[in-house]
Design a protein around this ligand. Structure first.
Ligand code: GTP
Ligand code: SPV
Ligand code: MN
Length: 589
């Protein structure tokens, strides 16, 4: 008898007609073999990988993609549920039959003369009951190598799957990298994703956003857990105690930086559990626990430097687990190292930009693409938590939500209880970033930082969040932050990065009941002098501005919130409508 996994592989072979089939085993030897192959292969007219300076960046490689393929494409991403209502106004929708037909046409014979890489992988530590089994096929060696870094590829996955038919199926072909023939189609009911025409991270590494968030959130809704766009960190205080937090910020709004934070405050330390995705379950003791389903970082390069994120700089130079990939950064030709805005103050004189052209220092454009990224194993991270592979995950005491807002949203405040926290997260607005194609800097609603990633109707998702609160014994405290407030001159008012540890310290004090609060219209603010500003040169007036409700701004915000809520009609839970009514009342609306 043929196993369901073998049947899937055979069906893919019949459909895609690859010249060769290669089955990934996840070994280090295989990584060497495939990186060697990638240095000799051309895809889409470009050499797939070029080796970088091994003294500076050991076992690191440079990849340049087609300039039309540098970010997620939300307008080409669909959730194909039996009814449109199930996908909700937060998703593009196609009827599953029609969607599959469209994809079958694109995928038919798509791998002729190419190699089909079969990637069995586990999301989550294989010992965990929360981990999930997956198989992806792809014709991109770059994707195959990236998957190896980002998930647990190989034997353990094959063993876990065995004769079972319960595994995620992902089909990916880079096709001809044509945006007119690019689609990322999700079939939550079938645990299936079909992706064509892009090699970019979130479009092509199907274990990441496609499975661990869109399909995962749907599974979580069915099975009673949450799949979230969140970091997981353990923050150690001077007394040695570690407090675990989840943190959700929209794409390119600071998750990776917070996950690898080196606190400025003496005696504090951040232990990294994850930088992008968390699967959150209620444990046997009734507490909320989180695991990171991923095994690597796919992080934004620009802005990463020795001052802002020294831990990531060290991670990128470790090679315990390889390869490390740099995609669409610039290259410093003087020493063959990757370069991006923020990695050094000086712009090197001999740079090749992300499109392969000689870079003109006087150019107003950046040398690295704003969404250029690195792909690196989490095991190379010097602050990796000792709990990272704990199959139970870690118990969560606080949840931090945030967005990128030049105005309106204060530096930090706390929701008065779980439901108020769910409301606060449901009304998050954030400026769009280069992580997704389209306009950058436009404010849009991005509830829980999940707008592009919730695989079902967001109204049902809000209900699910409220229900989770009822199941948890000691619901974590919920905080809202905004590192991105700007003054009249357009300068950031808060130093951010390593100084964000000052805010986290206050949160720990709140969790431990050591700090008082002042109630405001939108939630609870720190008492005067409760935030440790020792050693920081910041004006009292600036702090006052950062920690104040601007009623006029908030009245404008309410209009946008109501517009967003209205899209969901009566799917918005009454608890959230009540919170909104209460807020309007307090603002005198
Ligand atoms: P995704 O990988 O897209 O989900 O992004 P992310 O949320 O992990 O964002 P990341 O930490 O990579 O940061 C994105 C950009 O924001 C980078 O250019 C950072 O340098 C910048 N950034 C991060 N934290 C701060 C901060 O506290 N203040 C300021 N001003 N910028 C920050
Ligand atoms: C994001 O856009 O939120 C990312 C990068 O983390 S991607 O994997 O492409 O989604
Ligand atoms: Mn992300």
């Amino acid at each position: 008898m043929i196993t369901p996994m073998e049947l899937f592989i055979k069906k893919m072979q019949d459909l895609l007609q690859p010249g060769k089939v290669y089955r990934m085993d996840g070994s280090q030897e295989e990584a060497e073999r495939l990186t060697n192959l990638a240095q000799e292969s051309e895809v889409d007219g470009r050499i797939v990988l070029k080796k970088l300076n091994a003294q500076e960046y050991p076992n690191s490689y440079y990849h340049r993609s087609n300039p039309n393929d540098v970010a997620r494409t939300e307008h080409l991403t669909f959730v194909c549920t039996p009814t449109k209502e199930q996908a909700g106004p937060n998703n593009n929708w196609l009827e599953p039959g029609a969607a599959k037909e469209k994809m079958m046409r694109l995928l038919k014979d798509a791998m002729k003369g190419r190699t089909m890489y079969v990637i069995p992988f586990v999301m989550g530590t294989p010992q965990s009951r929360y981990a999930k089994n997956c198989v992806q096929v792809t014709d991109s060696v770059y994707v195959a190598l990236s998957m190896r870094v980002m998930s647990r590829v190989g034997k353990q996955a094959v063993e876990r799957i065995g004769n079972s038919s319960d595994f995620f199926r992902g089909v990916h072909s880079i096709g001809d990298v044509n945006p007119d023939r690019r689609f990322i189609m999700h079939f939550p009911q079938e645990n299936l994703v079909m992706s064509f025409g892009s090699g970019y991270g979130g479009n092509a590494l199907l274990g990441k956003k496609c499975y661990s968030l869109r399909i995962g959130s749907y599974l979580g809704y069915q099975e009673g857990w949450l799949a979230e766009h969140m970091i997981i960190i353990g923050v150690q205080a001077p007394d040695g105690k570690v407090t675990y937090f989840l943190g959700a910020f929209p794409s390119a709004c600071g998750k990776t930086n917070l996950a690898l934070l080196e606190p400025v405050l003496k005696g504090y330390k951040v232990w990294t559990m994850g930088d992008d995705i968390a699967w959150v379950n209620v444990g046997e003791d009734g507490q909320l626990y989180a695991i990171n389903p991923e095994a690597g970082f796919f992080g934004v390069a620009p802005g990463t430097g020795a001052n802002t994120n020294p831990v990531m700089m060290k991670t990128l130079k470790n090679d315990k687990f390889f390869p490390t990939l740099f995609t669409n950064t610039a290259v410093d030709n003087s020493n063959n190292t990757p370069w991006w805005e923020g990695v050094s103050k000086e712009v090197p004189s001999d740079l090749t930009d992300w499109q392969g052209q000689k870079y003109d220092k006087n150019s107003s454009k950046p040398a690295a693409h704003p969404n250029s990224r690195f792909t690196v194993s989490i095991y190379n991270c010097p602050t990796l938590s000792s709990e990272y592979d704990n199959p139970r995950g870690v118990p969560i005491s606080g949840i931090i939500f945030g967005g990128r807002r030049r105005s309106t949203i204060p530096l930090v405040y706390e929701a008065k209880n779980w439901n108020a926290g769910v409301f606060t997260a449901s009304i998050i607005g954030s400026e769009t970033t280069a992580a997704s194609t389209g306009q950058v800097g436009a404010v849009r609603r991005d509830p829980m930082a999940m707008l592009p990633f919730c695989g079902y109707n967001m109204g049902d998702y809000f209900r699910h969040w409220l229900d989770m609160g009822k199941k948890v014994k000691n619901p974590p405290k919920i905080f809202m932050v905004n590192w991105f407030r700007k003054d009249e001159d357009g300068k950031f008012m808060w130093p951010g990065f390593r100084d964000n540890s000052r805010i986290i310290k206050w949160m720990i004090d709140r969790v431990e009941g050591k700090a008082g609060v002042v109630e405001s219209e939108i939630g609870l603010f720190p008492e005067d002098n409760a935030i440790d500003l020792n050693g920081l040169d910041i004006k009292k007036e600036t702090m006052a501005k950062l920690l104040r409700v601007d009623k006029e701004d908030w009245k404008k915000e309410i209009v946008m919130i109501e517009e967003f809520y209205a899209k969901f009609g009566d799917k918005i839970p009454k608890e959230l409508n009540n919170c909104l009514a209460e807020l309007k009342n307090k603002l005198g609306m």
